[in-house]
Design a binder for this molecule. Structure first.
Ligand code: FNR
Length: 377
């Protein structure tokens, strides 16, 4: 399609090199918004480690296999997806583009890809669900300290058609993020960062005055309950009690934690270091994947994120044991550069490159990818 367009002098409006998006977006975004998206914890060592880990694994292409007919689709925990790719939960997207999560939901839905809605999204989950229409959607929970609010979030998500629950464990505090600190910028404190809380009856019930009359008190109330560092493995039954669908724990890096999640009856784990935004100097997510895959041993779904930039990266993560991957910053830069159309462009490029890489390395389905498809360079 792109090459045919070239015959009549058209070139893509946004680069097809998804690894170059950040640099292009930097010039077009507000410095505060760019810092928020691009930033990592501390020195950025974990973000660099995420990329370095991908560079160390190399695909070994196989020849003379008929790869004419290919099928990228997969079903993960009952959710059918046209390719094993989901949109990672990313908070407060209206600081990137006014249509924020609504534009993302429409772009994802147009391709049938599932999106994971963040607790700190800038549009309420009900509106995002409507924008997603019939397309699959999952809900990400920052587990609030307040029990009533947690229950209310889960009930709302279930009512709005979110099929699976992703519980993020690595962010009960925001890390030392120097770009945000240097600009004294915390988008969660903007009114839009509270959208899902302000739309919540249980949250509003805890406010002495309406948020409109006393915004500072609303922010303080939010900060006090955003997430709870006292949570332990013993608290997991609460989730089961209030959520009927599949539950995944996001932020798992140690094989023992993966084993424990499975033993606790969780349906899946997401191997992730939050895109290098939480623990500076953390293990690269890809380096954690083989150990988690061995520990889980087929007893639960394994998803992966942190550092996926290209179709080849998806192939590597699938080969090392992921059932599907989540992509974060690339689609956010697409949103910054072109709204809904920009997100769609990024996702289509990623899927096309995944399809080509799979075929050119001699495979027709994600199931065929095993560690044998790679060497460690
Ligand atoms: C995130 N991430 C995230 N995760 C989550 O569970 N809830 C959230 O609200 C957010 N918010 C968020 C904001 C921004 C700006 C970024 C970049 C990331 C983490 C996200 O889901 C995912 O783990 C990483 O983005 C994956 O890494 P890459 O693909 O960005 O390298």
């Amino acid at each position: 399609e792109i090459y045919l367009g070239g015959l009549s002098g058209q070139v893509p409006p946004i680069t097809t090199d998804l690894s170059a998006l950040a640099e292009i977006a930097r010039d077009r975004m507000e410095p505060t918004a760019y810092g928020y998206v691009a930033g990592g914890a501390g020195t950025g060592a974990t973000m660099r480690a995420n990329r370095a880990a991908f560079d160390r694994w190399r695909i070994v292409p196989r020849m003379l296999r008929d790869v004419t007919v290919r099928d990228l689709s997969r079903t993960v925990l009952g959710t059918r997806m046209p390719a094993p790719v989901l949109l990672a939960p990313v908070g407060v997207l209206s600081v990137v583009h006014p249509e924020g999560e609504l534009a993302v939901a429409r772009a994802a839905a147009s391709l049938g890809l599932p999106l994971v809605h963040s607790t700190v999204a800038s549009y309420p989950m009900e509106e995002v669900a409507q924008a997603a229409g019939d397309a699959p959607r999952w809900y990400q929970l920052y587990w609030p300290r307040d029990r009533e609010v947690a229950v209310s979030f889960l009930e709302r998500a279930e009512r709005a058609g979110y099929e699976a629950l992703v519980v993020t464990l690595d962010t009960f505090l925001l890390a030392w993020r120097t770009r945000d600190l240097d600009q004294a910028y915390l988008p969660f404190l903007q009114r839009v960062g509270l959208a899902n809380y302000l739309a919540d009856p249980a949250f509003r019930a805890g406010l002495a005055k309406p948020a409109e009359e006393d915004p500072a008190a609303a922010v303080a109330h939010w900060a006090a309950m955003f997430a709870d560092p006292s949570k332990t493995w013993e608290d997991l039954p609460f989730l089961r009690e209030h959520w009927d669908g599949p539950i995944l724990l996001k932020g798992i890096l140690h094989p023992d934690d993966a084993r424990r999640a499975v033993d606790a009856g969780m349906d899946g784990v997401i191997v992730s270091n939050h895109g290098g935004r939480q623990v500076d100097g953390s293990i690269a997510a890809l380096d954690a994947l083989p150990g988690v895959a061995a520990a889980v041993d087929g007893r639960a779904a394994i998803l992966f994120d942190s550092g996926i930039r290209t179709g080849a990266d998806v192939v590597k993560a699938l080969a090392l044991g992921a059932d599907a991957v989540l992509v974060g910053r690339p689609y956010v830069y697409g949103l910054a550069l072109g709204g809904e159309e920009g997100v769609r462009h990024v996702l289509r490029c990623l899927l096309a490159e995944l399809d080509l890489t799979l075929a050119l390395s001699g495979h027709t389905t994600p199931d065929q990818l095993t560690p044998d498809a790679l060497v460690h360079a």
